[in-house]
Design a protein around this ligand. Sequence first.
Ligand SMILES: Cc1cc2nc3c(=O)[nH]c(=O)nc-3n(C[C@H](O)[C@H](O)[C@H](O)COP(=O)(O)O)c2cc1C
Length: 233
Amino acid sequence: MERMTRLSALLLAGVLSVGTLAGCSRQAPSDAGASAASESPAAAETPAPAETPAASESGTASSGAEGDAAAAGGNVLVVYFSASGHTEAVAQTIAEATGGDLFEITPAESYTDDDLDWTNEDSRVSQEYADESLRDVELAAATPDNWDSYDTVFIDYPIWWGIAAWPTSSFVAANDFTGKTVIPFCTSSSSSLGDSGTLLAEAAGTGTWLEGQRFRSSASADDVNEWVNSLGL
Ligand SMILES: Cc1cc2nc3c(=O)[nH]c(=O)nc-3n(C[C@H](O)[C@H](O)[C@H](O)COP(=O)(O)O)c2cc1C
């Protein structure tokens, strides 16, 4: 197991070295733009908006936010988890663009810089990564106020080892998304959205999940607004 953890750390180091190591330190949202220059062209690339097949009900992520989201709208909630500020900045831009409310997923025990040190195999994240049973993180508050009143829910998270940072999974597993359109999106140093949205949809088991979008850690407000406008909410 120790060897596997070390191997995983090496693989992750490879992924992150393509992007920006700054993404792993606690960085205020206002500093996020400053790391853009240190990102490689590959990491800085923002994938084009997804195509537009039909959305699917009951926890299966469909591809394509654009066309389907046009039928969504209504009351919008932007839910986010952010360990070091990048994802929070994107969530704030989306809330402003949609007029939505914000809800921060807050672990009962928040992550310190040492907790987030993926280069240390004894750190909290490394231990949680190595042992899936540790990833069911207790949350300070599991359900946002007035949850039933929201029709469209954005779920915003950082990528950790290729999947959604696990406090996000704890949140989706704890809530009923029936009747809601859910749009996952993430920030990462270089990884794509991958299966992260699909896995969250499976963990939720309810709701109409769209494919969503990935942004680089230091995504500009223009990048984010362009995507939000394409949703036609
Ligand atoms: C424990 C950990 C694991 C990470 N794993 C990946 C990864 O697999 N791929 C990647 O591109 N970035 C990875 N990152 C970088 C973050 O996804 C990226 O910096 C993100 O924008 C951080 O968002 P935040 O500031 O809102 O926490 C990882 C960061 C941490 C702390």
